[in-house]
Design a binder for this molecule. Structure first.
Ligand code: ADP
Ligand code: AMP
Length: 217
């Protein structure tokens, strides 16, 4: 049991800025950043069984089944670097995952402390995802809004950037629909629990970070 562990759940549609902000927050707060999307992509690049299974869902913009995702998160949270807590990015994403997460945290004496809901309208999401450039280490850039120093090159390790297959316009629109169908019920779930704080995600990255830090304080 760790009394001091802090768990923050970043909620919002694909492209809202969850990953961008989760990285900054985790660093500033000394917490681990857990992105289930990054974990699946790592498995995919290492060609694990989990990666192969996940890729069939990810390519279509569908969610990976709950039991598989929950087991992966359970394993990740059991590692020693999570002792102080975590900033969750892309998990939970369904009501079943949210229930399982509550149970999982209860087992280790923790709870969800805060759920920043980053709201951004659909037209902005599409523009953000179509310009998103990723590094293999999971760093996130945008061609216009957060460009690397050199086009298509990671600022930190100089490796080439890539565009995610599921950031193609047709898949993006489907992912946004999946978000509204399966994930948006979590807004009420966490609002009723008194944990939701709405953040205007249309602002510049630095301003969103400032609002988040105020909410955490
Ligand atoms: P999510 O994790 O919610 O899918 P990301 O953090 O990957 O979203 O952000 C999606 C894209 O939008 C990235 O290219 C990122 O650089 C860009 N982005 C993130 N936040 C902002 C912002 N406040 N203004 C403009 N672009 C942003
Ligand atoms: P993301 O990087 O968060 O945009 O996630 C990319 C893809 O990974 C999603 O479209 C899903 O296919 C899969 N994925 C990530 N997180 C989850 C989750 N919590 N539950 C189910 N599938 C997920």
């Amino acid at each position: 049991m760790n009394e001091k562990a802090t768990y923050i759940v970043m909620l919002g549609p694909p492209g809202a800025g969850k990953g961008t902000q989760a990285k900054i927050l985790a660093e500033k707060l000394g917490l681990v950043h857990i992105s289930t999307g990054d974990l699946f992509r790592e498995n995919l690049s290492q060609e694990t069984e989990l990666g192969k299974l996940a890729s069939s869902y990810m390519a279509k913009g569908e969610l990976v089944p709950d039991d598989v995702t929950i087991a992966m998160v359970k394993e990740r949270l059991s590692r020693p670097d999570c002792a102080k807590g975590a900033v969750m990015d892309g998990f939970p994403r369904t009501p079943a995952q949210a229930e399982a997460f509550e149970a999982l945290l209860a087992e280790i004496g923790g709870k969800v402390d805060l759920v920043p809901f980053i709201s951004v309208p659909n037209d902005v999401l599409v523009e953000r995802l179509s310009g998103r450039w990723m590094s293999h280490a999971g760093r996130v850039y945008h061609a216009l809004y957060n460009p690397p120093k050199v086009k298509w090159v990671d600022d930190v390790d100089g490796s080439p950037l890539y565009q995610r297959d599921d950031d193609k316009p047709e898949t993006v629109l489907h992912r946004i629909n999946v978000y509204y169908d399966q994930t948006s019920p979590l807004i009420d779930f966490y609002r009723q629990a008194g944990k939701l704080v709405e953040i205007d995600g249309t602002q510049e990255i630095e301003q969103v970070t400032e609002d988040l830090l105020k909410a955490v304080a």
